[in-house]
Write a protein that binds this ligand. Structure first.
Ligand SMILES: *[C@@H]1O[C@H](CO)[C@@H](O)[C@H](O)[C@H]1NC(C)=O
Length: 977
C-alpha cells in the first residue's frame, strides 16, 4: 500500500479529502508530476545547478573556498582546520570548520560545518523555535560502527607548498592529497587517483546571512534594484518558497550544502536508491537517452510511479559506488535532507595509452542537499565485497530474519474478515500451495485506529490465529505512523498528553490528513516516543495479537495527503527542535526502528527476532527489517523494473527487498501473474499483494495450468530455503547482497557491468534470469566466465562466456547452476517453512571445469537470538577432485548454546547427494564409502548406494548418493574413489 485512488477513497468514505484526486477517475495510469518538484522548482537545487553552470561556462573561475594553512592540525588520525569562504567583494570570509578522519577500515570521513550556525550566533526569522545549528545527528541514526580511528594514518614527510598529504589505509597505500587554495581533495589508492572532491569547483555551503528587508518603494519612486541584481545571486528562493499552495517559511534562510565528486577512469556508478531507474546510473544533464533532471532523494509517497525516471521514491540511501575493471570505490553522503545528485560522464582526460584497465570515461557527480552539515565517507574498495563490508560496518548489516520471513507472504488490501483470512488459509492447504504469512492491510482496524480491530469484521482474531498456528503460519498487521484524531481513542489521547507528536512550526501538534482523516504523527526521533510505542504492542494492550503477529509499517515517509509533495511541511518541528527539513529522509527509519524495538518487548522473557516491513527507509534500515518497492503496477514493464531495483538495493546495503508480486495496481493477466511468481521466487522478500480495486488473485485463483505452475515456483523457493537462509546469514555478517548483479560476482568482466536483468543468489552459484516479457518462450542469459553452467532442472550444459538462449515456455524458470558450487536444499514439500524445521537436506554438488566444488550451509533455529550464543550449524562442503571425496567441515564458532543446538539437530541428516557434471569414470560404480565423525566403530565406514547417469546430448552426466545418513551438523566424508 498505497496512495489513495478515487475509488478507494469512496470505499473508505473519506472522499471529501481531495477534489484533486477526482482526475484519477480517468483510466490513464500516470504519476502526477505536478505533485512533485523538479530541480527547477526546488530553490536550492536550482541555485546549485545554476552555480555549476556559471562555473562551467567561465574560463577564469576560482572556487571561493580556501583551507587556511595555518589552521591545520593533525592528531590521532584526524586532520582539522578551517576553510574560509570568501563572500562579497571586500574579501570578507565565513569560517567553516573541517575535519578529515582516517578510519582503521581504510575509509576517510570528511565533515564540514559552519562556525556561526554551530555557535548559534544567528537570528531566526518568524520567531521560529527551530535549532540554529546545521543538523549533525544523521550519524546518530545511521552509523553503528566502523569508526575506529586508524593508528597508522600520518602526514606525509614530502611537503609541497599549499598541499597537505596524508598516508593511510592498509599498509599506508592510500593517500589523501588536500589542496588548500582552492580547497580540494584527491583520494589515491596504489598511487592512482580514485576520487576527487571539488575538482570542478561546485563546492558550496550557503552561509547564514540576515534577510535585508527592502523598504516599500514610495509612490512615484523608482523600484530599487533587487539584491540579486547587485550581487548576481538569485535570492528569490532564499527566504520562503511556495509549491502547490504550501509555503515553506525557511526561518534559517538559504543553507544548502553541495559538492562535486569525480571518479576518474570509472564509467559506471551504481546505488543511491530508491529510483525506478537503470542499475548503472544514467547521465542527468540532458543529451540523447539521458535524463534532464538529477536523481532525487526525498522520501515520498509517489503515486503510480513511472519507470526509467530519476524521480524520488519512498526511501533514500545516499550511497554510491563507482566501478571499473578491477576496482570499486564508494562515497556515502550522510545527509538526511532533500538531496539531488547530477551525474555526467566525459571522455577521460588521461592518455589512452596509459589507461591500462581504466575506462576511457570519467564519471562526475554533483551532490546537493538542502541543509545539514557536510559529512562524507570515502571507501576505496578495491572489490565490490570490500565496499559492502566497509559500508556494512558503518551502517550495520542486515538483521538475520526469522526463517518464515524469507518464505512466501500472501497479502492483499484487504482480507476483509477473519473468516476471509481463514478461508484463504484453507484454500492454500486444499491446493497444497505453501505459504507462511497472511497479511492484513488497514481495513482490519476499527475505523483506521491502529491497535484496534473492527468489531464487525474481525470479531475473533484469536480464533484466526489458532487456525494459522496449525501450520505454524504467521499474521502481519499494518501499523502506520499517523494516529487518528478522534474521541475515545486512548492512543491519540496518550500521544497528545505525553507531547510525543510531531509539531508544526509554531510548536503545536501538527495535524494533517491521511487514511483516518484528521491525524497526528508520532515523532520517533524522541526516545520517549519509542518508550511509549513499546507499550502499545504488548499483548494485553494490542489485544488479539500474539507471538505470531508481526508488523508492517507503511506511509512512513511520512505520507500526508494534504501536505506539500504528499508529506510534511519542512518547517515542522521534531524532537530537539530540528526542522523536518533536516531529518526528512530519516523519518521512515525512526518509525521502523521504534516498531522493531516494540516487537522485541511484547512479553517479558519472550525473545524472538522481530519482523517489520517498511516502505520508507534510509541508510541503516537494513538493521531493522525488510523493504518493498511500493505501489507498482500489474504491467510487464513493472515486473522487468523490479529486478534492477532489487539488485540496486542489495549493492546499496539493504538487500532484504522485494516488489509486490502481481503488481499492486490493476489486474495482471494469468500469464503475467505466473511469470511474476516465477520472478518473485528470486526476490529476497517474496510477497504477493494487490490493491483494493483489483480482483482476487491468490495462487489458486487462476486455475490450471497457471495454479500448478505458480505452485512449482513457490515450491522451488521452499526447496531452496536453506540456500536463501545461508545467503541471509552471509549478508548479516559481511554485508554481501542476497541477490547479486553480474558486476558484483564478476568484477573483472567489463562486458557485464550494465547487466541488470539476471541475478545470482548469494554465493550459491545459482543464476536466475526471470522471464519479463509477454509471450516469451526463451530468454537470453549472459554467462561471464568459462565455467560450465547447468540447467537447474535437467542439467543441460551451457558453456562459454557470452549469451546463451534458454528455452522458457510458461512452465519453465530459467535457472542455472554455475560449476564449482554445492547447493543445499530441502526437497520435501511442506505447507509452511516452519514445518520443514526437522526435514533432511539434499546437497547438489555442481562440479567446475577442474572437477571441484564447494559451498556452505548455515542453519539455526530460525526464530530466536540463540545463534548469538553459538546455537547454529555452519558447514563448508567440499568436493575435491584429487582426493575424490566430498567432506563436511565445521566453520562455525562455539558459544554457550552450541552443544545443546547440535544435540537438537543430531537426527537431522543429509538424505541425498546429487553430483552434476559427474566424471565418466564413475560409470558402473554402485556404491561409495561414507564415514562420520564420532560414529561407532562398526558404522565408521559404511557402504552406501550410488547410481550414475551418463551424459545425454547436452545434458550433463550426474550421479546420486542415496541416503548417506550423515548428520548435517557433523563432520563426515563420502569417498568416491
Ligand atoms: C533504534 O533506536 C534506538 C534509539 O536510537 C537505538 O538504541 C537502537 O539501537 C535502534 N535499533 C536498531 C535496530 O537500529
Amino acid at each position: 500500500m498505497h496512495s489513495p485512488t478515487a475509488s478507494s477513497l469512496r470505499w473508505t468514505g473519506v472522499f471529501l479529502l481531495f477534489t484533486a484526486f477526482c482526475s484519477l477517475f480517468t483510466p490513464a495510469v500516470m504519476v502526477k508530476h505536478e505533485n512533485f518538484k523538479t530541480c527547477d522548482q526546488s530553490g536550492f537545487c536550482k541555485r546549485n545547478r545554476a552555480y555549476a553552470d556559471t562555473i562551467t561556462q567561465s574560463s577564469h573561475w576560482k572556487s571561493p573556498y580556501d583551507l587556511d594553512s595555518k589552521s591545520i592540525t593533525f592528531e590521532n588520525g584526524q586532520l582539522s582546520g578551517t576553510i574560509l569562504k570568501t563572500v562579497g567583494k571586500a574579501g570578507e570570509t565565513v569560517r567553516l570548520p573541517l575535519t578529515v578522519t582516517f578510519l582503521e577500515s581504510g575509509t576517510a570521513r570528511v565533515t564540514l560545518d559552519e562556525e556561526k550556525r554551530q555557535k548559534g550566533d544567528i537570528v531566526l526569522r518568524h520567531d521560529s523555535k527551530a535549532r540554529k545549528e546545521r543538523y549533525n545527528e544523521a550519524s546518530k541514526w545511521a552509523i553503528v560502527g566502523g569508526l575506529k580511528i586508524s593508528s597508522g594514518a600520518a602526514l606525509s614527510r614530502e611537503t609541497e607548498a599549499g598541499t597537505t598529504k596524508v598516508h593511510y589505509g592498509p599498509a599506508g597505500k592510500y593517500e589523501a592529497i588536500i589542496h588548500h587554495s582552492p580547497f580540494s581533495i584527491k583520494f589515491k589508492r596504489d598511487g592512482e587517483t580514485q576520487i576527487k572532491f571539488n575538482d570542478r569547483g561546485f563546492m558550496n555551503m550557503e552561509h547564514w546571512r540576515p534577510k535585508i528587508e527592502k523598504p516599500e518603494p514610495k509612490e512615484g519612486e523608482e523600484q530599487p534594484l533587487e539584491t540579486a541584481e547587485v550581487t548576481g545571486e538569485d535570492e528569490s528562493t532564499w527566504w520562503d518558497e511556495t509549491f502547490g499552495g504550501n509555503t515553506d517559511t525557511k526561518p534559517r534562510g538559504p543553507e544548502s550544502v553541495a559538492l562535486d565528486i569525480s571518479f576518474p577512469g570509472y564509467e559506471h556508478v551504481y546505488g543511491i536508491p530508491e529510483h525506478a531507474s537503470k542499475m548503472s546510473l544514467k547521465e542527468t544533464r540532458g543529451g540523447d537517452g539521458n535524463y534532464n533532471e538529477p536523481y532525487r532523494l526525498y522520501n515520498a509517497d509517489v503515486f503510480e510511479y513511472e519507470l526509467d525516471s530519476p524521480m524520488t521514491l519512498y526511501g533514500a540511501i545516499p550511497f554510491m559506488q563507482a566501478h571499473r575493471k578491477g576496482s570499486t570505490v564508494g562515497v556515502f553522503w550522510l545527509n538526511a535532507a532533500e538531496t539531488w545528485i547530477d551525474v555526467v560522464k566525459s571522455k577521460s582526460g588521461s592518455n589512452p595509452l596509459s589507461l591500462g584497465v581504466k575506462s576511457a570515461v570519467d564519471t562526475q557527480t554533483h551532490w546537493i542537499s538542502e541543509s545539514g552539515i557536510l559529512d562524507i565517507f570515502v571507501l576505496l574498495g578495491p572489490t565490490p565485497k570490500d565496499i559492502s563490508q566497509t559500508y556494512g560496518e558503518l551502517t550495520g548489516f542486515t538483521a538475520m530474519p526469522q526463517q518464515f520471513a524469507i518464505a512466501y507472504h500472501q497479502c492483499r488490501w484487504n482480507y476483509v474478515t477473519d473468516q476471509d483470512v481463514m478461508d484463504v488459509d484453507r484454500r492454500f492447504d486444499k491446493h497444497k500451495i505453501p505459504y507462511d504469512v497472511i497479511w492484513l492491510d488497514i481495513e482490519y482496524t476499527d475505523g483506521k485506529k491502529y491497535f484496534t480491530w473492527d468489531p464487525l469484521t474481525f470479531p475473533d482474531p484469536k480464533k484466526m490465529h489458532k487456525q494459522l498456528q496449525k501450520r505454524e503460519r504467521k499474521l502481519v498487521t499494518i501499523i502506520d505512523p499517523h494516529i487518528k484524531n478522534t474521541d475515545k481513542y486512548n492512543v491519540v489521547d496518550e500521544l497528545k498528553s505525553k507531547g510525543l507528536a510531531v509539531k508544526n512550526k509554531d510548536g503545536n501538534d501538527y495535524e494533517g490528513w491521511c487514511w483516518p482523516g484528521s491525524s497526528y504523527w508520532v515523532d520517533c526521533f524522541n526516545p520517549a516516543s519509542i518508550t511509549w510505542w513499546k507499550t502499545l504492542f504488548k499483548y494485553d494492550s494490542f489485544k488479539g495479537t500474539g507471538p505470531n503477529t508481526f508488523i508492517w509499517n507503511d506511509m512512513n515517509e511520512p505520507s500526508v495527503f494534504n501536505g506539500p509533495e504528499t508529506t510534511m511541511p519542512k518547517d515542522n518541528l521534531h524532537y530537539g527542535n530540528w526542522e523536518h527539513r533536516d531529518v526528512h529522509n530519516l523519518n521512515g527509519m525512526t518509525f521502523h526502528n521504534a516498531t522493531y524495538d516494540a516487537l522485541l518487548e511484547r512479553k517479558k522473557g519472550e525473545v524472538r527476532r522481530p519482523f517489520a516491513l517498511t516502505r520508507s527507509f534510509f541508510a541503516g534500515s537494513q538493521r531493522i527489517g525488510a523493504m518493498w518497492t511500493g505501489d507498482n503496477l500489474a504491467e510487464w514493464s513493472h515486473l522487468a523494473a523490479s529486478i534492477p531495483m532489487i539488485l540496486n538495493q542489495g549493492i546499496s546495503g539493504f538487500p532484504f527487498a522485494g516488489a509486490d508480486v502481481g503488481g499492486f495496481f490493476g489486474n495482471p493477466s494469468k500469464e503475467l501473474l505466473t511469470r511474476w511468481y516465477q520472478a518473485g521466487a528470486f526476490y529476497p522478500f517474496f510477497r504477493g499483494h494487490a490493491h483494493i480495486d483489483t480482483r482476487r488473485r491468490e495462487p489458486y485463483i487462476p486455475g490450471s495450468p497457471y495454479t500448478e505452475i505458480i505452485t512449482q515456483a513457490l515450491r522451488l523457493r521452499y526447496q531452496l530455503l536453506p540456500a536463501w537462509y545461508t545467503a541471509f546469514h552471509e549478508a548479516s555478517t559481511t554485508g554481501a547482497p542476497i541477490v547479486r548483479p553480474n558486476f558484483y560476482v564478476h568484477p573483472g568482466d567489463d562486458k557485464g557491468f550494465e547487466i541488470e536483468d539476471q541475478l545470482y543468489i548469494g554465493s550459491t552459484g545459482l543464476l536466475a534470469k526471470p522471464v519479463v516479457a509477454e509471450g516469451a518462450d526463451s530468454v537470453s542469459i549472459y554467462i561471464a566466465d568459462d565455467q560450465p553452467y547447468y540447467d537447474y532442472f535437467d542439467y543441460t550444459t551451457y558453456s562459454g562466456a557470452g549469451h546463451h538462449t534458454i528455452k522458457a515456455p510458461l512452465e519453465k524458470i530459467p535457472l542455472l547452476m554455475q560449476g564449482g558450487h554445492i547447493i543445499p536444499r530441502r526437497d520435501r514439500p511442506r505447507r509452511s517453512s516452519s514445518l520443514m524445521k526437522w526435514d533432511p537436506f539434499t546437497l547438489v554438488v555442481v562440479l567446475d571445469k577442474a572437477g571441484n566444488a564447494e559451498g556452505t550451509l548455515y542453519v539455526d533455529d530460525g526464530e530466536t537470538f540463540d545463534f548469538e550464543q553459538g546455537a547454529y550449524i555452519h558447514r563448508r562442503f567440499q568436493f575435491d577432485r584429487a582426493t575424490k571425496a566430498l567432506t563436511s567441515i565445521n566453520i562455525g564458532g562455539t558459544g554457550a548454546k552450541t552443544a545443546a543446538w547440535h544435540k537438537t539437530m543430531s537426527k537431522v541428516r543429509v538424505e541425498k547427494v546429487v553430483i552434476v557434471g559427474a566424471p565418466g569414470e564413475w560409470k558402473g560404480k554402485t556404491e561409495v564409502v561414507v564415514s562420520e565423525e564420532g560414529a561407532k566403530e562398526s558404522a565408521r565406514k559404511k557402504k552406501v548406494e550410488f547410481t550414475f547417469h551418463s551424459a545425454q546430448g547436452k545434458k550433463a552426466a550426474w550421479a546420486v548418493v542415496r541416503d548417506p545418513k550423515v548428520a548435517v551438523g557433523k563432520g563426515w566424508k563420502i569417498d568416491f574413489s
